[in-house]
Design a protein around this ligand. Structure first.
Ligand code: BES
Ligand code: ZN
Ligand code: ZN
Length: 484
């Protein structure tokens, strides 16, 4: 990661690169900059800020006889989330330049920048510089750089907070980008243990023996056909000043081949990321712990591989969950809800103030919302409002879907208490209703189907190449808002 600092003078630095963000529609702003800093530069500059290929161009300039380099970087503020997007493009551009010290000046584009504009700028840069190149034998050369944000606000605290937040975001991104031949339930658990050697946190890992002894039959059944046996990972962060207790549950399918109801090859390709919900739960707790947020948080991450073998669970099987409820299996590819059912019943026992689960649960949510929104299901107004606001401020958006009572009967079966599939229609809703069947109705609960926004995409510049870690910034912001 590049080192971020700040400089609270409205200054112009010599002998290095000075970046000025300007509003694309206000073409006279670069000229104001030149005037403001008494810069002597070739008058042709202002007509050639952007090259033919659309990139911003570096210019030499002279100030009081000493030289510096200028970059005028256009912002298109008519587009939503443009600050994060353009900041992510900017940092990619800068990482290829030879300067060791770079000054980023928001003047003049944002004449009255607010705290949130800086937050978006910093986040966009951190998102844009993320790389997962450990398997590239030839890596891009990456010289360490110091970036200074020039501002009259004291940004020191915010820079530190966001650096710590991004330890969580990048931890989650690393986990969901890691291929499934490396990230198995066991190595997932090891990674979590390694990361969480922090004050006020403990990690407990239940192996298959322990899972059997405790009766986590749905987790065991889904994981049965894999030579990498399941784990239930429990992360506990308990600060002294905790005001509420929250259980976060994350779907941790380290690979979803579909089981006997096998997927096609294109359908399998992204399924190394079927543990993204669990990864983001871990990342969010990590960020919360590093920033010492005042909530007790318990993360429950059921981790399994959904594979095929002679001992696979099968369509037509009837399984008994952790608390004795029975499930008839209609499709082994609807495995996420099964492992979550066991984890949710365990979450009930912890008697938290809130239960929140994140899961790459259904193709239906992905088809409905694409990459920008998770499907949010909850009957709790506080959760809905808090996460809606946190989604807007982080651009990890949520969109509320209904938990339609009439649809509950779509999961009825004569053979057991509930079936793990409904008809083709209402797929994301019936999946959520299945989960609700296992949640104590007295505990406020929210389910986020993150199937779309967890996966890399071309909609946001900063998620072009790698899976996203969706949910870490969202949960962190929801907690930080203090509304829960
Ligand atoms: N992991 C998938 C859902 C998924 C699909 C996530 C695409 C991300 C991108 C889940 O386990 C699954 O296979 N769901 C089935 C459920 C169906 C069999 C009821 C689906 O959505 O097709
Ligand atoms: Zn599946
Ligand atoms: Zn799955």
């Amino acid at each position: 990661m590049m080192n971020f600092g700040f400089n609270n003078n409205n200054i112009f630095e010599i002998n290095t690169l000075n970046v000025f963000l300007y509003d694309k529609t206000k073409i006279n702003e670069p000229e104001e900059v030149l005037k403001k800093f008494n810069l002597e530069a070739d008058s042709g500059i202002l007509n050639n800020l952007i090259s033919d290929s659309g990139e911003a161009v570096l210019f030499p300039a002279v100030s009081e006889g000493k030289s510096a380099t200028l970059l005028f970087y256009p912002l298109d503020q008519s587009k939503p989330n443009e600050l994060r997007n353009s900041a992510s493009r900017l940092i990619k551009y800068l990482s290829g330049k030879k300067f060791e010290n770079i000054y980023i000046n928001l003047y003049p584009a944002l004449k009255n920048p607010s705290v949130s504009t800086f937050r978006e700028l910093l986040e966009g840069m951190r998102l844009g510089e993320y790389k997962f190149d450990k398997y590239k034998t030839k890596k891009d050369e990456n010289k360490s750089k110091q970036l200074y944000f020039v501002s009259s606000f004291d940004l020191e605290k915010m820079i530190t907070e966001i650096d710590l937040l991004f330890k969580g975001v990048n931890f989650s991104r690393d986990l969901s980008n890691e291929p499934a031949n490396v990230l198995t339930p066991e190595t997932f658990a090891q990674e979590i243990k390694k990361a969480f050697e922090l004050p006020s946190t403990t990690v407990t890992v239940m192996d298959e023996k322990k899972l059997k002894a405790m009766g986590f039959n749905l987790i065991l059944s889904v994981g049965n056909a894999s030579s990498n046996p399941p784990r239930l990972i429990k992360i506990h962060y308990k600060p002294a000043n905790a005001k509420k207790k929250i259980v976060l549950v994350g779907k941790g399918v380290t690979y979803d081949a579909g089981g006997l109801s096998i997927k096609t090859t294109p359908g399998m390709f992204e399924m190394k990321a079927d543990m993204a919900g669990a990864g983001s739960v871990a990342g969010a707790i990590y960020a919360a712990a590093l920033n010492e947020l005042p909530y007790e948080i318990i993360g429950l991450l059921p981790a399994v591989e959904n594979m095929l073998a002679g001992n696979s669970y099968k369509p037509g099987d009837v399984l008994t969950g952790y608390k004795g409820k029975t499930v008839e299996i209609g499709d082994t590819d609807a495995e996420g809800r099964l492992i979550l059912a066991d984890a949710l019943e365990y979450a009930n026992e912890l008697k938290p103030d809130y239960i929140i689960d994140l899961a790459t649960l259904t193709g239906a949510a992905f088809v409905s919302f694409g990459f920008l929104y998770s499907a949010m299901f909850t009957e709790d107004k506080t959760l809905a409002e808090t996460f809606d606001a946190a989604g807007k401020s982080t651009y990890e958006l949520v969109w509320q879907m209904p938990l339609t009572k009439e649809y509950k009967s779509l999961l009825d079966t004569k053979m057991a208490d509930i079936s793990n599939i409904g008809p083709r229609h209402s797929g994301a809703i019936t999946a959520a209703l299945f989960l609700q069947h296992f949640v104590d109705e007295k505990i406020p609960w929210m389910h986020l189907d993150v199937a779309g926004p967890s996966i890399k995409n071309d909609i946001l510049d900063y998620y072009k190449d790698y899976n996203t870690g969706y949910g870490v910034r969202l949960i962190y912001q929801a907690l930080k808002s203090g509304k829960l």
